[in-house]
Design a protein around this ligand. Structure first.
Ligand SMILES: [Zn+2]
Length: 147
């Protein structure tokens, strides 16, 4: 019983999505408009107050109704990898700032309609998981106690 409760409590936090765009493309991103995207790997930082696992699984799926900015970009991408960071603290924007220190920013306002960050989307010419600094960032947030 208690294990189930603990699981529910723990299944929230934020996540990173790594999305491979295989060629340069212009993509309509909801009300943000039509935006030019360079090929490469995009890193998106999002959050789920509950159902974190389901949210990440939803983003990895290709077919769905478009709801968030990231849904439009996802539809144009090949491989998508989801990296959940379980936490009851709201640290989505903190993670976004940490990623911003390492990678180029994506379009202004992408995924950041509800906060003061310039964007929650970032771009890397190569797989960011190959960057030691990026792996360190990920480990730093994932190893924090989830309290
Ligand atoms: Zn933010």
């Amino acid at each position: 019983m208690s294990t189930h409760r603990q699981h529910e409590v723990a299944d929230r936090g934020c996540y990173l999505l790594l999305l491979d765009l295989l060629r340069d493309r212009r993509i309509q991103i909801g009300r943000l408009g039509r935006i030019a995207f360079k090929k490469g790997t995009y890193v998106y930082v999002g959050s789920a107050e509950r159902g974190l696992s389901a949210r990440v699984a939803r983003h990895v799926r290709r077919r769905k109704r478009f709801h968030w900015h990231i849904d439009y970009l996802r539809a144009a991408c090949g491989r998508v990898v989801g990296l959940p960071i379980r936490s009851s603290r709201r640290q989505e924007c903190e993670v976004a700032r940490a990623v911003a220190a390492l990678l180029e920013p994506g379009p202004r306002g992408f995924g950041s309609s509800d906060c003061r960050c310039p964007t929650h989307l970032f771009w890397s010419p190569d797989d960011p998981l190959a960057l030691p600094a990026f792996r360190t960032l990920l480990e730093r947030f994932r190893m924090r106690p989830p309290g």
